[in-house]
Design a protein around this ligand. Structure first.
Ligand SMILES: [Zn+2]
Ligand SMILES: [Zn+2]
Length: 112
């Protein structure tokens, strides 16, 4: 599944409500030679870089609940696939201990 976005499309994180335009959704951003992302992602071409291959990964969809979440550490976690933090917390026993420890250090989200 690949979508080339012509403009005007907005990526919105369903967890923190971060909202920003994106230019591409998929695993291989256009105009890049050797870059293949680990997951289908919302990508924005870096507007501040003259380098055509520079881009920013904004977010992706949670593997469990399909919510669109940003890559911010307060919103999602990448462990072989993308998970939103609420889903990580619900299935915490299925994640390795290292991730459980990492998450225990974070405070619970303010809005649940
Ligand atoms: Zn977010
Ligand atoms: Zn989720």
């Amino acid at each position: 599944m690949e979508t080339r976005v012509e403009g005007g499309a907005i990526f919105t994180c369903e967890t923190c409500s971060l909202s920003t335009p994106f230019t591409y959704f998929g695993q291989k951003p256009p105009n890049t030679r050797a870059i293949v992302l680990l997951e289908e992602s919302y990508v924005l071409k870096d507007p501040f870089s003259p380098d055509r291959e520079k881009f920013i990964v904004l977010g992706s969809s949670c593997t469990v609940c399909s919510k669109v979440v940003c890559v911010g550490t307060e919103c999602s976690l990448f462990y072989t696939r993308r998970f939103c933090l609420p889903c990580v917390r619900e299935n915490l026993d299925q994640f390795p201990q290292q991730i459980q420890v990492e998450l225990a250090k974070k405070k619970a989200p303010l809005h649940t």
